[in-house]
Design a protein around this ligand. Structure first.
Ligand code: DGL
Length: 276
């Protein structure tokens, strides 16, 4: 058995590459089709209606690529628009619930932080699930919209003073609250890991991509839909705009995995119309 079709992964931009990278590491045999909505990023400051519309278009584009599963590698879509995935003809994986399970397992102090986009924080998606799983937990939430632009721009390395100061500004209240676990509730944020660790040493960082990739592995095994064909996997990338710094940023996000990828421009709004 098995299923050699690709796993479809999408995000508002390049942040979802942090999830794609984890899937590549945990499931090195799987083919991947990635869509980054770089022309319409950010989603995290937009209304729920707009995010839902964009998510539905992104999903419909990936379905047209004959994928076997769709992963919303976007905290914002996962928290405010995951019901758009329910009607899809393939399984839909969001990135919130698996990260919450890991955070609840890791925390010893019972104080968990969530750093995410304004839309995700407003939805309290992580908080609600944490409190459902462990009602005595204290949850500290902070919206950090500027980190999305810094990540898309490639401004997240430890030598970037603006990124360092922005991290400190967003995390100072959380630091004094004594959390021992921090969910990086936006898929753009794992790129800031080094700076966050430096500012909050000893705090466990939960990368939603790691939690989701482990879940996807289990799911594919359980349903016997893993790719059993040998050879190099294919990685196909689509974006709705190619910003000037795009190729450089993709390389930094994906590291070694970036060698054989092809990047194509696509208009998902048009794609959606022609599907209807
Ligand atoms: N990467 C996305 C997320 O996880 C969103 C960033 C944005 O589009 O605002 O929420």
């Amino acid at each position: 058995m098995g299923d050699s079709r690709a796993i479809g992964v999408f995000d508002s931009g390049l942040g979802g590459l942090t999830v794609a990278k984890r899937i590549m590491e945990v499931l090195p045999n799987e083919n991947i089709v990635y869509f980054g909505d770089t022309g319409r990023v950010p989603y995290g400051t937009k209304s729920v209606e707009t995010v839902r519309k964009y998510a539905a278009e992104d999903e419909s584009f990936l379905i047209s690529k004959n994928v076997k599963m769709i992963v919303a590698a976007c905290g914002t879509v996962s928290s405010v628009a995951s019901d758009t995935g329910k009607a899809l003809p393939v399984p839909f994986i969001e990135v919130i619930s698996h990260s919450v399970k890991d955070a609840v397992r890791f925390t010893k102090s019972g104080k968990i932080g969530v750093l995410a986009t304004p839309a995700t924080i407003k939805s309290h998606a992580h908080k609600n699930l944490i409190l459902k799983a462990a009602p005595d937990t204290q949850v500290f939430e902070t919206a950090a919209p500027m980190l999305v632009s810094l990540a898309e721009e490639g401004w997240y390395t430890a030598d970037n003073e603006i990124a360092r100061l922005t991290i400190q500004r967003y995390l100072c209240d959380m630091k004094s609250s004594g959390i021992d676990t921090l969910i990086l509730g936006c898929t753009h944020f794992p790129v800031f890991e080094e700076l966050i660790r430096e500012y909050m040493p000893g705090v466990a960082l939960i990368d939603m991509g790691v939690s989701a990739a482990e879940y996807i592995k289990e799911y594919l095994l359980k349903t016997n839909t893993q790719n059993n064909e040998g050879g190099k996997p294919s990685y196909e990338f689509f974006v709705s705009d190619k910003p000037v710094t795009f190729e450089k940023t993709v390389k930094i996000f994906l590291g070694e995995n970036c060698r054989d990828i092809t990047i194509n421009l696509v208009d998902v709004e048009k794609n959606e119309k022609s599907n209807n």
